[in-house]
Structure formats: C-alpha cells, structure tokens
Design a protein around this ligand. Structure first.
Ligand code: ZN
Length: 349
C-alpha cells in the first residue's frame, strides 16, 4: 500500500515530463481499516523535506535561501550572484498570484487535507553539478522507490516531487542552450500549485494551465514542455496574438484533448493556451468543475502513477460536462479580438 501510494505521487518533473514515464505498479491493495494516522504520502514528503533541511544546514553546499514575503515559498540556490534566485523568487510569486487570480482561493476537499499543510514550496536553483548529484543521491538513498526516476534526472535539468512541494532546477548547460531561470522555476511552481489543489492532471491540461499562468504573470512563455530541442522553433512572446488566433481557426478543441503533448506541437500548444486563457479569464468556475472531475477520475485509478492516462473521448466528455455545450464557439469568440491581459494583482469576487 505504502509503495503504491508513494509511486502514485511520484511524477516526472515539469521540465522532464516529456521524456519520463511513471513507474509500473502493482494493482491497488485493499485499504486496511485503521485509526487515522499520518498519511504515507505526507510522511514521505515530510521526510524528504527534512533531508533537504540537513543539506541546507551544511555550509559546504553554499546554498543560500531566499524567503518570499508574499507567498509560502522559498528559493534555495548555490548561484554566486543573488540576481538569478531573486528574479526566480519574484517571477514565482507572480505566477502563483496568477494561479490564485485564475483559480480562486484554494479549497481542498476534506479527504485531501493532508495535501493542504502549510509548509512552503521549496524551489532549488542549482548551478554546481556535484551538488545536484548529491541531492539526487540523498533523496534516492532515502527511498528506493524514487531511485530509478531520480537517477535518470542526472542527465536532465531537474525534477519535481509533488507531495513534498519540492522542485529542483539544475542549470544544465549541456542540455539547455537557452533557458530562463526565472521562467523555469516559476513554471514549475505553477505545476506544483495545480497539484496542490487538484492532484495529478493529464499533461495537456496541466501544461496549458501552467503556460497560461506563466503568460498571465510574466507576459511570455519560456518553459513549455519539450523545451529541449524545440526552443528555437518556438516564440516566447506574442502568445496573446495572431499565432493563437490562427491555431483556433485551424483546429477544433477536440484536437487538443487528443493531443498527447509529446512530441511538442506549436499549433497545439497555442490551441491549449487559447483554451486555458479563456477558462481562467472567462469561466473559472467551469474550469474548477473540470479539474475536480479530473481529480475524482484519478482517485478512482491511482495505480496509473504520475502519468495520467485518460482517453481523448472521455476527457472531451468531462470538458463538456464542466463547460456545457458550444465551448469551442465561445473560445473562438473570445479570441476574435486578441483579449487584453487582465490585471491579476487584485482578486476577483
Ligand atoms: Zn510544464
């Protein structure tokens, strides 16, 4: 049971999810009737955070912490200059504000209260490869279940452990010729926040929302999926513009629900962005209904682990139930004229 639960919440990082598969698991074991105790995933998360605290206390790591005054959020970094980490902190605050603006105050359901504890989001921004490997080894030593996934991340640009609200970004210049630290960290935080609220969501849905939040907060999108190798073909600004309108003209939303999100497709990415912007700006209640329905579906099949599998037809049904008929016409209408970016600093009623 513990293994199952741990696995079910092990999920590839936002920056790596295109390349990673969730581990294969046993079918779910029956739940034993027991007195309420610490949820296994909550314990795992607490232990992982404790490990990282030990690391933070080790002066040799040269990790410096930056604490947000606005959000439950800390950035830890070994970068020599404080500029990058400070920019990342600020960008993350803004993206979280966009999530709050778009999704409203967080109301986790009763049975999910263990997800709702108040520890801050812990975002690591690592420059030194040795330290990055040490973090991976430390966490994989603690839990054999995580080892294969974590060790595979040594080749990449970081990983995210959702229940621990922990995301590690490694500035791997071997992989990424072009990257924006602030956007990368902030984008990962959008994924963490979405998970904190709704658990796992299918990749196209999660990406559309994370990219929309990134754009709402920062005006550009740098951290969309399959970034590695595709970044040169993708424009970072102007998502609120003609490319998005064109994608909406050429494709129906059903194309997007069927989009596996790998490999990356620029038109599909813009289509998903168009929908997510519409949903966040114009129909946040319907979006909330959809995400809750998706969460209910997932909870019925936790054995699928971190890679959420749902058929395009079924996802389209859930969207239809949440948004009602003629959603596509409404989204197209909304984008007929490029919608002006809203002010997200004040929350809506
Ligand atoms: Zn992402």
């Amino acid at each position: 049971m513990l293994r199952l639960l741990v696995l079910s919440f092990l999920f590839p990082s936002a920056v790596l999810h295109a390349a990673q598969e969730a581990p294969v698991q046993d079918p779910p074991a029956p739940v034993a009737a027991q007195e309420p105790q610490e949820h296994p995933m909550a314990r795992e998360a607490r232990e992982q955070r404790a490990l990282m605290e030990v690391l933070l206390a080790d002066k040799k790591t040269k990790l410096k912490s930056y604490v947000s005054k606005k959000a439950r959020l800390r950035v830890h970094s070994d970068f020599k200059s404080s500029r990058g980490p400070k920019e990342a902190l600020k960008a993350t605050e803004e993206v979280l504000q966009a999530m709050l603006w778009g999704l409203g105050a967080h109301d986790a359901s009763e049975e999910k209260t263990w997800l709702r504890d108040d520890h801050p989001m812990e975002l690591y921004l690592i420059d030194d490869e040795e330290l990055y490997f040490r973090i991976i080894d430390l966490l994989s030593e603690h839990s054999a279940i995580y080892r294969p996934y974590l060790q595979s991340c040594k080749q990449g640009t970081g990983f995210t452990l959702y229940p621990a609200q922990l995301s590690v970004y490694f500035h791997n210049v071997k992989v990424q010729a072009e990257a924006r630290l602030d956007h990368s960290i902030a984008h990962n935080a959008a994924h963490l926040e979405l998970h904190r609220r709704y658990g796992f969501t299918p990749l196209p849905i999660a990406e559309a929302i994370a990219c929309a939040a990134e754009e709402l907060a920062l005006g550009e999108i740098w951290a969309n999926w399959y970034r590695d190798g595709f970044v040169y073909a993708v424009s970072h600004d102007g998502w609120r513009g003609s490319d998005t309108q064109l994608a909406l003209k050429k494709h129906g939303l059903d194309d997007y629900w069927a989009y596996p999100a790998k490999p990356y497709d620029d038109a599909m990415a813009h289509l998903g962005f168009a929908w997510a912007i519409y949903a966040l700006e114009a129909e946040p209640q319907a979006l909330h209904r959809l995400l809750r329905a998706i969460q209910t579906e997932y909870d019925a099949h936790p054995e699928q682990g971190g890679l959420y599998r749902i058929s395009p037809e079924h996802l389209a049904e859930l969207v239809d139930e949440a948004f009602g008929p003629e959603l596509q016409a409404r989204v197209r209408d909304y984008w007929k004229k490029v919608p002006k970016a809203p002010k997200i600093s004040k929350l809506r009623s």
